[in-house]
Each structure stands twice: as C-alpha cells, then as structure tokens.
Design a protein around this ligand. Sequence first.
Ligand code: CDP
Length: 203
Amino acid sequence: MSFTVAIDGPAAAGKGTISRAVAEHFGFAHLDTGLLYRAVGARMLTGKEPVEAAQALTADDLGDPDALRTPDVAQAASRVAVIPEVRAALVDFQRAFARRAGGAVLDGRDIGTVICPDAEAKLFVTASAEVRASRRHKELLERGIASDYDTVLADVRERDARDANRATAPLLPAADAVIIDTSDLSIEEAVAKAIREIAAHRD
Ligand code: CDP
C-alpha cells in the first residue's frame, strides 16, 4: 500500500534532515527532489541546455549528491526550476516514486501543491531567513566548503524570492499543509513534531 508524505518549504529550512528522520522512523523511502533540479542546474553550468538535461536525467546524475549540494549549484537549480519544460520532464519520476509500495517521503517546493496534491500527509517546514542562513553556513563550513554568512543569507533570500514568484509551481504551502516553523525548535523537537503530525494521518 502506498502512503505519501509531502514536505515542502524554503531554502535550507531543514526539510532534508526532517525528511530523512521521518522516512527512517516509518520505514518509508525518501526522495530529495531538490537534487533533481540541482542535477539539471549542474549540467547547465557545464554548458548543457537545461530542458535537454532534464529530459535526459538518469539515476547516475544523482550518484554524487554532495557534489550537487554546493551554493553555485543551488543557484543554478533555482534558475532552471523556473522553466516549465524542465519541471514537466521531472514530474513522472517523482509521482512514480511517491506511489511506491511501502510509503514515500518527498521533499521539495511543490510536492503538496503540484506533484502529489493527494498526499496523505503534507508538511510545510519553514524558519526565519536568518536562522536558515546560519544553519546552512554552519553546514557548509562543517563540510569543508568556504562560506560567509552574509553571502549565504543573500543566496537564501534570492532563491526564496525566485522560487516563490515563479509562474509555474511556485513555493507555497498547500491549503491542507501543516506549517512547522523550526526557528525556535531543535532538530529533535522538529522531527518529533513532524512524526506526530504524520502519525495522526495514518489511522
Ligand atoms: O537544500 P535547499 O533547500 O537549499 O535546496 P533544494 O531543496 O536542494 O532545492 C534547490 C532548488 O531547486 C530550489 O531553490 C528550487 O528552485 C528548486 N526546487 C524546485 O523548484 N522544486 C522542488 N520540488 C525542489 C527544488
């Protein structure tokens, strides 16, 4: 039986951490849909046409997720993500993943609104731009990537504006999504809250 959890939210809100923990708790598979857009963005940075790159995307393009989790690739991802044909090319893969037997967690920007409007549970994870920037800054430094807080804050704000204002599948909470603001929550508290909300939809 399938059970889909949609987790959306702005840049660096903690969706990935929460999604991984929730997937592990319920024994569901997890898809970080941001990686799909990042893979297309990375191909664009090497000169490939984004729509062609999206149409030709394979699992191999996602083989090295850490190489895709860089600030340059994040910006490129948000630029290709405004192109309707890029988004269209990625829909079937995401929907098939969502329907897999045994349950699935998908995190992104438009999962609860466009990709899986019938998801059994929908969360919208957010936090203030400053808190998100400081978490991403810390994460980049821990991974050995040079980072500067003000630059990360500007990057987060720029991507949020582009993601929220685009015409196709803009970043916005589904009408029936539960909003979790993690600004003042620890990771453990945010995960516990997400698990409680999802469990409430399982009966
Ligand atoms: O990890 P972070 O929140 O910084 O970014 P991400 O989830 O990896 O997404 C990177 C970019 O891909 C976003 O800024 C969006 O422009 C785009 N994206 C999207 O448009 N739709 C999705 N479902 C997921 C990501």
